[in-house]
Design a binder for this molecule. Structure first.
Ligand SMILES: [Zn+2]
Length: 406
């Protein structure tokens, strides 16, 4: 893989492609074609996702309409109620939400949603963007099914941070939310291909290729998808004892839906998977290289030693990573997620600034090189050295991340 080829893929995929959309299908087919160019036959595996078409979304604050986007899949509503700014979801604040439309400082999490429902909130407002940026972008949010869980659907809108400040500063008294949408079941897809080895035991490589609603997703995560192509290309000319499976995951940004669907649909095959190697955001101009190990802690030391051997800066640590490695780890499969993590001042994601302008082909090549070196050791191990068992501290973190424990 050359610097030119890498930049061409970034250019070719420089459009928004959210999970379940026609553009996501376009990106999936593009990646399939990239595989075909390498002589590898990929196929699309579809899975159901909740979709919605927003027809009307209005937020009116003390008679003045505020630009907003309605939460997809939050139902149809017309509600007017007192406004309450709730910068903290502590018990005292929660005890005062009854009958009010509440504006949060955070996005909508599952436990906050449950608390708002149980305490009788009438609706919610979230905001994003950055008051210091010139744009007035508003991200398209959705009420995820696992956030809503068994609770009722509350009306919700997302607004720009600049307007959020105004709502508070103007002592807003009453807000009205009007939402009309068509909700339906649609389709998202994973792109999958195999490189059989000498034994059926398999190492799975994952990277999501979908984006959020404003983002072209060069950094997050066409970079990781290109990484998978680079790894596949490496193993075309290097032997591998383990079989390799590559999965470009769809709908990651909607709550790891692609990898969750994959482990659900391939339950029987999971016992053959020795390890999951996940790439989510590599090759940026700025940032340090990290490796998040959802496994026994020994993998942290191993990865650090490999960095020393290769003269490559890598900061490994043990934790659960918010990416497609997690549904595999939750099935007891040791997982490692590689990323080049840049500070928000030099590279931001999940907004319109995530473009190829953040990327550097030479860093892509260097990162892919190191991940190939790591993968080569695992793929040619006489016996995969990482214990195929989750330690208790990781089980505990998985329980919390996947909302089984608060
Ligand atoms: Zn990502």
């Amino acid at each position: 893989m050359t610097a030119e080829q890498i930049m061409k893929i970034f250019r070719d995929t420089a459009y928004v492609h959210t999970g379940g959309s026609a553009e996501e299908l376009r990106a999936a087919n593009y990646l399939k074609d990239c595989c075909a160019e390498l002589g590898l036959e990929a196929h699309l595996e579809t899975f159901e996702v909740q979709m919605a078409t927003m027809k009307t979304a209005k937020l009116i604050a003390d008679g003045v309409e505020i630009e907003c986007k309605g939460y997809l899949n939050c139902g149809c509503h017309e509600v007017e109620a007192p406004f309450m700014y709730m910068p903290s979801n502590d018990k005292v604040s929660m005890s005062q939400v009854k009958g009010k439309i509440v504006m949060l400082d955070t996005g909508m999490g599952a436990w906050t949603y449950k608390d708002l429902c149980e305490n009788g909130a009438a609706g919610f407002i979230t905001y994003d963007g950055n008051a210091n940026y010139v744009d007035w972008d508003i991200d398209q949010k959705e009420l995820r099914s696992f956030v809503r869980a068994d609770n009722p659907k509350l009306p919700g809108v997302n607004i720009n941070a600049k307007n959020a400040i105004q709502l508070v500063n103007k002592d807003t008294k009453t807000v009205k939310i009007v939402i009309d949408q068509d909700e339906y079941v649609g389709e998202s897809r994973n792109v999958v291909f195999d490189m059989p080895g000498e034994i059926p035991e398999t190492i799975v490589f994952t990277a999501h290729y979908d984006t959020t609603s404003l983002s072209q997703g060069a950094y997050d995560n066409m970079s990781g998808s290109i990484g998978l192509l680079g790894i596949a290309e490496y193993f075309l000319s290097h032997p591998h004892r383990y079989s390799l499976r590559f999965i470009f995951c769809g709908s990651e940004e909607r709550g790891l839906l692609g990898s969750k669907a994959y482990v659900a649909a391939h339950e029987e095959e999971l016992k053959n998977i020795a390890m999951c190697i996940n790439l989510d955001m590599i090759g940026s101009i700025m940032g340090r290289f990290i490796a998040c190990c959802t496994s026994e802690n020994e993998l942290v030391g191993y990865t650090a030693y490999l960095g020393h051997e290769k003269g490559f800066q890598v900061a490994p640590y043990q934790d659960v990573y918010s990416s497609d490695s997690t549904p595999f780890a939750d099935k007891g499969i040791p997982a490692i997620s590689f990323a080049r993590a840049a500070g928000g001042a030099v590279a931001t994601i999940h907004n319109s600034y995530d473009t190829m302008a953040l990327m550097k082909a030479e860093h892509m090549l260097g990162d892919i090189d190191f991940i190939c070196a790591f993968s080569d050791r695992m793929a040619n191990a006489v016996r995969c050295p990482v214990k195929r068992e989750m330690p208790d501290n990781m089980k505990e973190k998985l329980d919390r991340y996947l909302l089984r424990k608060r």
